[in-house]
Design a protein around this ligand. Structure first.
Ligand SMILES: [Zn+2]
Length: 243
């Protein structure tokens, strides 16, 4: 039980750690915001494709992966449709970002539920290092998620400390679901590949639907593209080094 507590805490805490830089970024210019979003998008995409997807295939089958991923996409589509959108052209930018921030926070919190479950279940398995491996994979991709939540909140004038706190809380939910997964493994084991694929699908949805478009259209496309690639390379290096 100790190991799962430490593992899930560290993994969940990575969300808060990733959000930490928000305290030190003075004023995030639009250009830097685009660069940071693209960077986080690159990290998240690599995490989804190189950690979550292979892990889902390891613990399950292609069918389970596909079903889990589609479930993630459908859930976010429903979520997005039910978060009120304000599409008035001349409305202030602030309101528009407000809706986006809500979607991002809801999406990241929601997809952290199956991520935590997967960590917990992995710790109870017979394979020794499986728990630590999954906790690490989940932890690595939690960091940019925490940063994105904090960044979206900070850019609409939420106090930085509060933004950090909220971002940390979206990750903390993983500790709860991880303990549930660990304690009720026999009910959840079969769900692990679905959970990992669900998380990957939700991330890909956010990346393609929000982060990439959000970092384009304001003249920073090229530098955002470079930043995206650097994010991908950074994450590959981390996975290569730690994984
Ligand atoms: Zn995630």
């Amino acid at each position: 039980m100790n190991e799962v507590l430490v593992g899930s805490f560290l993994s969940a805490f990575a969300t808060g750690l990733g959000a930490l830089p928000i305290l030190f970024l003075k004023k995030v210019s639009h250009r830097w915001r685009d660069i940071l979003l693209a960077f986080a998008a690159g990290i998240m995409m690599t995490a989804a494709m190189m950690s979550l997807v292979p892990e889902a295939l390891n613990t399950g089958s292609l069918i389970q992966l596909t079903v889990g991923m589609i479930l993630g996409i459908v859930t976010l589509t429903v979520l997005e449709k039910n978060i009120p959108h304000i599409h008035v052209e001349d409305t202030s930018v602030q309101i528009e970002i407000d809706q986006k921030a809500m979607l991002i926070i809801a999406a990241i919190t929601l997809h952290n539920i199956p991520e935590g479950l997967s960590v917990g279940v992995s710790y109870s398995g017979s394979e020794e290092d499986m728990g630590n491996l999954v906790a690490l994979a989940i932890g690595l991709q939690n960091a940019p998620e925490g940063f994105i939540v904090a960044l979206f909140l900070a850019t609409q004038n939420v106090p930085r400390v509060l933004a950090l706190l909220i971002a940390t809380l979206t990750g903390a939910i993983e500790i709860v679901t991880s303990i549930i997964g660990y304690s009720l493994t026999r009910y959840f084991t079969d769900l692990v590949p679905y959970g990992l694929a669900f998380a990957a699908g939700a991330m890909l949805f956010i990346i393609y639907k929000e982060l990439i478009p959000e970092s384009h259209g304001d003249g920073n496309e090229r530098v955002a593209t470079y930043s995206f690639i650097i994010g991908i390379l950074s994450m590959i290096s981390l996975i290569q080094y730690f994984g």
